[in-house]
Design a protein around this ligand. Structure first.
Ligand SMILES: Cc1cc2nc3c(=O)[nH]c(=O)nc-3n(C[C@H](O)[C@H](O)[C@H](O)COP(=O)(O)O)c2cc1C
Length: 163
């Protein structure tokens, strides 16, 4: 039977909330991408996180992933992340450098505060060689925090992935 994984990275939990909604509506499994060095989840420290992430971006770093990302049981893999500095958090580049997505159906989704997908869905197509990449869903942080149930339903129905 076709199996679905919802793989996501989240610091402030809005992408996590969106991932949980996608899992609920697809019946897929959830897997969080955990960094070796955790990011500060305290929103009062936003400026420090922004500066830290900017440095990672400008230095083209590849922050290490702590947990094993094993896709062998799955045909369809959703990949979720927040917009950081107009692109992926650098740990998503680590993911594409270390995990082989060939033969999978990939479905990107992300949260943002205005940049929508920031062109990242195109980059997913370039990075995930040998994968079939479907239409993504970009949701504002505000909507994601309340689940974005309707947007998710509309998108999954269009893709034929709603359970
Ligand atoms: C370091 C950092 C950089 C960000 N850069 C952008 C950006 O370039 N464009 C944008 O729309 N939102 C940006 N945001 C806002 C996040 O995309 C938004 O808060 C997102 O929903 C957070 O996801 P999370 O709750 O799963 O961590 C940034 C947030 C952080 C912390």
């Amino acid at each position: 039977m076709a199996k679905t994984l919802i793989l996501y990275f989240s610091v402030y939990d809005s992408t996590r909330r969106l991932a949980e909604e996608i899992a609920r509506q697809t019946g897929g499994d959830l897997l969080e991408i955990e960094p070796v060095i955790p990011y500060d989840k305290n929103r009062d420290h936003y400026d420090a996180l922004a500066a830290y992430a900017k440095k990672e971006h400008d230095e083209d770093q590849r922050p290490a992933i702590k947990n094993a990302i094993d896709l062998s049981d799955y045909d369809t893999v959703f990949i979720g992340y927040p917009m950081w500095w107009y692109t992926f958090p650098m740990i998503i580049y680590t993911l594409f450098d270390t995990v082989n997505f060939s033969g999978k159906t990939l479905v990107p989704f992300n949260t943002h505060m205005g940049s929508r997908d920031g062109g990242t869905y195109k980059t997913v197509r370039e990075k995930a060689r040998g994968a079939t990449v479907l239409e993504g869903l970009a949701v504002s942080m505000k909507e994601a925090e309340v689940g974005a149930g309707k947007s998710v339903e509309k998108w999954l129905t269009k893709l034929g992935l709603k359970k």
